[in-house]
Design a binder for this molecule. Structure first.
Ligand code: TYD
Length: 206
């Protein structure tokens, strides 16, 4: 049987990495056969594209190039890693996916959701997640919790107004995508982790 595909989304500082670590520990403990991967990246070629996208020195990169590079990394990752794992019956957990492109490039960069959806539809030939977990915390609170942005990361340097638009983009997606579930992550990491596990159970993922 084909495995399930779950993606995680959230603004910078939402605690996604911490939650994914806790989830991996729990899945290991429960003996679940899973693959944990990330975007942009997740395969050698996609990781090299990631370096170009996130390089703080690439200040001349235009928004369209950025959106296309994310999509290029994504399709390589899907073909090389995600689809084979799903076909082998594994649960695939991916840190960010196409919703990041919609929120960051579509809403926050201002390319428009349709433009970004079209690029990705062309690249991906449809590989939708069974569930997307959105770690919901407004960027103002997330940044305070994280003690500011990473100076070497081109995306983190974009400032609060940009990240507010990202957040609003995610909220707009949540309104109409039935597989996109908001999880309030303003509590402790263990509270959030319990909520995520409950959600995965409720949706029949674990
Ligand atoms: P990363 O360091 O992995 O950030 P995080 O820990 O917040 O996930 O860097 C990924 C960055 O790329 C992050 O700023 C979000 C951004 N991004 C996009 O803008 N579009 C996309 O399609 C993806 C996958 C990520």
């Amino acid at each position: 049987m084909r495995g399930k595909f779950v993606t995680f989304e959230g603004c910078e500082g939402s605690g996604k990495s911490t939650q994914l670590k806790l989830l991996a520990e729990r899945l290991n403990g429960e003996g679940v056969d899973f693959v944990m991967t990330r975007e942009p990246g997740g395969s050698d070629i996609a990781e090299r594209i990631r370096e170009i996208i996130l390089d703080g020195g690439n200040t001349a990169m235009c928004d369209e190039c950025e959106a296309l590079l994310y999509a290029a990394a994504r399709v390589q990752h899907i073909k090389e890693r995600i689809i084979p794992a799903l076909e082998a019956g594994k649960l695939v957990i991916c840190d960010r996916y196409v919703h990041s492109s919609l929120a960051y490039q579509g809403f926050a960069r201002g390319l428009g959701e349709q433009y970004v959806a079209d690029i990705n539809a062309f690249a991906l030939k449809n590989c939708p997640p069974d569930l997307t977990v959105f770690l919901d915390i407004p960027p103002e609170r997330a940044f305070a919790r994280k003690h500011g942005a990473d100076e070497d990361d081109r995306m983190e340097q974009l400032g609060l107004a940009f990240h507010r638009r990202v957040y609003e983009g995610y909220l707009a997606i949540a309104e109409r995508d039935g597989a996109f579930c908001r999880v309030d992550c303003s509590g402790t990491k263990f509270e959030t982790s319990r909520k995520i596990w409950q959600l995965l159970k409720q949706k029949g993922i674990v």
